[in-house]
Write a protein that binds this ligand. Structure first.
Ligand code: WT7
Length: 631
């Protein structure tokens, strides 16, 4: 088991060692796991080719490290607590032994359906224990899980299933989210109309929602599990075998399948979890992220289980049945470590302090934040009202592609500074680059955030298109991994993340490419073209502002906006619906036809006093019209 760093001196010592001798450093960290056979070389690779291999030659199964190896000492300890959407419904708890049993059974169910090592499995499920079981069962048998957040529409699911050629889908009849019931199986049925690789669909009954079972294709979870054996031989995996694919948005229209592998991901998620959150043996840890995002993968499932920590899975939303729900759950399950997103904090902050004051938060010891920059106001509110100024609040910066937390305070160990992520974890070498790609050596400077040395859980490839991975992350600045974020370093070398510098917007911690939303809007038959930008939003961090040009005269703008929202909901999902839609007669373009997004961003931000140089525009009058019509 990993022994977390306990003092800032020890952190600095570990950091220096990790930079001076990375192989020795990571080799020692990796000794804390069960491997079936040892590695030859700790790491090798070439940044410029987007190649990185960790613990090559070693074999393992990550689920043995999450489950089996805890059985002797922690077999009867809780591995997972599940809290349902409705506070009146009974919660469910699984010990490590029980979780091991469920995972083994479902691993056997998958094998019985012909799923084996390397096969891709799409998981589209509510936040229920079975989602965690399905993920771990894939890992157990060496199948590659591709979890798709149960908020994406049929079209987006189909794209993801087809991109990776999934053989099987695991879903549920429907899900509960706040006051709503939302179908899942029906959405999968629609998606599968355009997917030819899927042979079987396993359906968990969560909400007694009517579903149509396709004979020969669809199987009920409970029927298949009834006769499954509780012994499931773990597949022997190479350290560099694929563990999962997770789709994320970038600056182009098509989401990319970020690939993580077994060995490096295991070592880094466990190491970062232990050091950032400093869990104690008896702790209850709660990460509020959905398993459909990377935070849910790394710090709801793998990180905590690898450390033998009890992890809480919550099905609901922060505001149902009222904005005290998070605090009520903390109180009910005596949560010690709480990890959430700034957007949730801001929305609960808006609901007032009374909700927080109604519950006991005495057990809380560590607070975390993730997903987007946390503004000072939210930081202080979280620190004062939730942490009662006695819980270290760690702001954790990382990405789907980094696999694990890169820059963050180690709770109770590192100094804290509101709205700063702080110092890099041992093994992580961030730099700030200027426009020409040169490293900025001084502090008190801003630049592009890049990483100059490989780390175990870094992205290995984008599924099916390695060149895309190389071009997106390793080509802009040669010899560096480019994050797409801008950052600033203070006099003490602490990092503050400013936000994206590319065409990615971050809405409530969810990432979208502007091109991706534009593609969806353009599916609407009335739309000729569109341009989407982000703008500051009090609760969501960023909101989505769409400028649209219609093919024909618009008679009813309200109706048109409604239709565009429907189109986006059908193409991507409700989460990508624009907050504002401005109908314009043309977009500001240069003579070469490039949309001048800089101008649109300024308009969306409400800052039209200085639009900069507009002389290169094809038709400068367009700008006046857009400014006059701003929402
Ligand atoms: C982007 C990655 C990593 C899990 C959740 C999002 C932004 C993430 C922070 C933070 C400022 C942050 C960045 C990053 N981001 N955490 N603590 N402070 N910004 O994962 O969907 O891959 O998005 O989220 O812009 O590049 P993701």
């Amino acid at each position: 088991m990993i022994q977390p760093i306990k003092t800032f001196d020890a952190y600095q010592e570990a950091y220096t060692k990790s930079v001076n001798d990375p192989a020795q450093f990571w080799g020692e960290v990796a000794e804390n796991f069960d491997w079936k056979s040892p590695w030859g070389k700790v790491f090798s690779g070439d940044f410029s080719q987007a190649e990185s291999k960790w613990f090559e030659g070693a074999t393992l199964n990550i689920t043995e490290n999450c489950l089996d190896r805890h059985l002797a000492e922690r077999g009867n300890k809780l591995a997972m607590i599940w809290e349902p959407n409705d506070p009146k419904e009974r919660f469910v708890r699984y010990t490590f032994r029980e979780l091991h049993e469920q995972v083994s059974k479902f691993g056997n169910v998958l094998r019985a359906q012909g799923v084996g090592k390397g096969d891709r499995v799409c998981i589209y499920m509510p936040m229920i224990p079975e989602l965690m079981v399905a993920v771990l069962a894939c890992a157990r048998i060496g199948a590659v899980h591709s979890v798709v957040f149960a908020g994406f529409a049929a079209h987006s699911i189909a794209d993801r299933i087809n991109d990776s050629g999934c053989k099987l889908v695991v879903t549920a009849d429907a899900l509960y989210r706040g006051a709503k019931q939302i179908p899942c199986k029906a959405v999968i049925d629609e998606a599968l109309l355009s997917c030819s690789t899927v042979e079987k669909v396993i359906v968990y009954e969560r909400a007694q929602w009517p579903v149509e079972m396709v004979v020969g294709r669809d199987i009920w979870w409970h029927e298949a599990m009834a006769s499954a054996s509780t012994h499931c031989e773990p597949e022997v995996m190479q350290a560099e075998d694929m563990l999962f694919i997770l789709y994320t948005s970038g600056s182009t229209g098509k989401p990319k399948g970020v690939v993580h592998t077994c060995g490096g991901y295991m070592v880094y998620t466990a190491y970062s979890f232990a050091n950032v959150f400093q869990p104690k043996e008896s702790d209850v840890y709660w990460c509020t992220a959905d398993i459909g995002w990377i935070t849910g993968h790394s710090y709801l499932i793998y990180g905590p289980l690898l450390n033998g920590t009890t992890t809480l899975v919550f099905e609901g939303v922060p505001t149902y049945p009222d904005p005290g729900r998070f605090w009520q759950v903390c109180d009910k399950h005596a949560v010690n470590i709480f990890y959430t997103a700034p957007t949730a904090i801001r929305s609960l902050m808006a609901a007032g302090e009374d909700h927080v004051l109604s519950y006991s938060l005495d057990k809380l010891r560590v607070l975390g934040s993730v997903g987007e920059p946390i503004n000072e106001e939210a930081w202080h509110w979280y620190n004062i009202h939730v942490g009662k100024e006695r819980c270290p609040l760690t702001d954790t910066w990382w990405q789907t592609e980094t696999g694990g937390i890169m820059i963050a305070a180690l709770a109770g160990v590192s100094p804290l500074k509101p709205s700063f992520a702080g110092y890099p974890l041992p093994g992580i070498q961030p730099v700030l680059l200027n426009q020409s790609g040169e490293e900025i050596a001084e502090n008190e400077q801003e630049g592009y955030l890049a990483i100059k040395f490989p780390w175990p859980s870094m992205i290995r490839t984008t599924y099916g298109d390695h060149e895309r991975c190389r071009l997106t992350y390793f080509d802009t600045y040669k010899g560096y991994y480019f994050t797409g974020d801008g950052a600033k370093r203070d006099t003490n070398g602490m990092y503050k993340i400013i936000g994206r510098v590319d065409d990615v917007i971050n809405v409530s911690g969810h990432r979208f490419g502007t091109a991706e939303i534009e593609n969806a809007i353009n599916q609407n038959t009335h739309i000729a073209e569109s341009a989407v930008v982000g703008y500051p939003h009090d609760i969501k961090g960023q909101g989505i502002y769409a400028f649209v040009v219609c093919k024909d005269k618009v008679f009813d703008p309200v109706n048109l906006r409604g239709e565009i929202n429907e189109t986006v909901t059908a193409q991507i999902g409700k989460i990508a619906k624009p907050d504002k839609i401005q109908i314009v007669s043309a977009l500001p373009k240069t003579r070469s036809g490039k949309i001048m997004r800089r101008i649109l961003r300024k308009v969306a931000e409400g800052d039209v006093s200085n639009l900069g140089d507009t002389s290169t525009l094809l038709d400068p009058l367009v700008v006046e019209e857009i400014v006059a019509g701003k929402l």
